[in-house]
Design a binder for this molecule. Structure first.
Ligand code: GH3
Ligand code: MG
Ligand code: MG
Ligand code: MG
Length: 299
């Protein structure tokens, strides 16, 4: 059975403390542990825990240093850290919180307090993650939204400047969609947009590839590591899949079903590259597809 319980990493150089904390939490959570700072880094990176209970005073790497290193690691920076320490000293507490820890519990451990704080922080983390997801998700289609697209492009621009690679962008726009809405109504229009989005999502298979809703009835795909020739193939495939849906569109001048026009642009490695230009280049190609009669690909 796959466990959906949260995983808590307990770090303490005294095994007795690990046992007390485990006993307080093991009924509700999966537990892993480490008995040194160095060990904690290894276990944290291997297990990707949902929350870390971290002892401050340890021989070798102390809890503060573990916290500093975890917060500097992009894959670990969001994991809530609660310090556990016998120190009952305000300066130490402030120092831990300044390093990015979310809370503090003092020893001797009160199981009830640890349980309550862990539960609260896991719930806050879950809500933060959900908000972060919603902030980059298009509500109608579930695809990435424009913010997600812009973040991805900025990220890829930085990567392209470092590595020699290619990146392709595909822009799509539904043909004569205003007439579709006028003829079938806005709700049918929304359903059409959703179906086009789902088709796009299915056509984009690699995890590093992004399909996003760029605007009303416009979509963008970001394909890192994909050459222009490959991107043209993907674009034609998307065009074909969307017309194969056969969504009736009797007032289109192209065909009696819904079609899209597509533009493709490919960027190659160059320092100081501007993601805006990629979109503009793909948009010019999309415009060419529109003037060439629609339901086609330019690139
Ligand atoms: P073209 O073939 O040149 O692209 O013509 P078009 O009519 O598709 O182009 P235009 O950009 O003028 O029209 C887009 C329409 O998309 C206008 C707007 O009513 C509709 N639209 C934008 N967002 C939504 C949405 O979220 N839902 C629905 N149902 N319609 C939308
Ligand atoms: Mg200790
Ligand atoms: Mg449009
Ligand atoms: Mg359109």
């Amino acid at each position: 059975m796959i466990s959906t319980r949260s995983l808590i990493l307990i770090v303490d150089d005294e095994l007795a403390n690990v046992e007390i904390l485990s006993a307080a939490l093991e009924d509700s959570y999966e537990i892993c542990f480490a008995t040194s700072g160095e060990d904690a880094m290894t276990v944290a990176r291997a297990e990707l825990p949902d929350l870390i209970l971290l002892d401050v005073l340890m021989s070798g790497m102390d809890g503060y240093e573990v916290c500093r290193q975890l917060k500097a690691d992009p894959t670990m920076a969001d994991v809530p850290i609660i310090f556990t320490t016998a120190l009952n000293d305000q300066a130490a507490e402030v120092h831990g919180l300044e390093l990015g820890a979310i809370d503090y519990v003092t020893k001797p451990i009160s199981p009830a307090i640890v349980q309550a704080r862990v539960r609260n922080h896991l719930e806050l983390k879950r809500m933060r993650d959900e908000l972060a997801r919603l902030a980059v998700t298009d509500a109608l289609t579930g695809l990435g939204n424009r913010r997600r697209l812009e973040t991805t492009l900025a990220h890829e621009a930085a990567r392209l400047a470092r590595a020699s690679a290619e990146l392709s962008i595909i822009l799509l726009d539904i043909d004569f969609f205003k007439r579709f809405n006028d003829n079938y109504g806005h709700n049918a229009g929304d359903r059409c947009i959703t179906m086009v989005a789902a088709t796009l999502n299915r056509a984009i298979r690699r995890a590093s590839h992004l399909a996003a809703r760029f605007g009303g009835e416009e979509f963008a795909c970001v394909l890192p590591g994909v050459s222009h020739a490959e991107a043209m193939e993907v674009a034609y495939n998307i065009r074909d899949r969307i017309q194969a849906l056969g969504i009736p569109h009797e007032r289109s001048d192209v065909a009696p079903f819904v079609t899209v026009s597509v533009g493709v642009a490919t960027a190659t490695c160059r320092a100081g590259i501007d993601p805006e230009n990629w979109i503009r280049a793909a948009d010019s190609q999309l415009y060419l597809s529109k003037s060439a009669g629609r339901n086609t690909v330019s690139g």
